[in-house]
Write a protein of this length. Structure first.
Length: 88
């Protein structure tokens, strides 16, 4: 009987042995308001899955969607001002 072994076991094991860089953590921190807004939208949508939607649910989802759009706008404006040096 032949033994079957993975040829890239060393590469796989080594690639899982690192931490995120400071730049990656800063990027996550910059996007955190958008991530929170998207989680809130998802929570509002999940609440409406197994029951009839009422007016309160519609408002909750609409407000959450508006927060996501505002967070995306703020993130885009922040990224654009960073690229242009802050001069508009």
């Amino acid at each position: 009987m032949k033994t079957i072994a993975a040829l890239q076991a060393v590469v796989t094991a080594a690639s899982l042995d690192f931490e995120p860089t400071g730049a990656e953590l800063d990027a996550i921190e910059l996007e955190m308001p958008l991530i929170r807004a998207e989680v809130e939208l998802l929570d509002a949508q999940i609440m409406t899955i197994d029951r009839p939607v009422n007016e309160l649910d519609v408002r909750r989802v609409r407000r959450a969607r508006n927060r996501v759009m505002a967070a995306r706008r703020d993130l885009t404006n922040r990224a654009t001002s960073t690229l242009t040096g802050g001069a508009a």
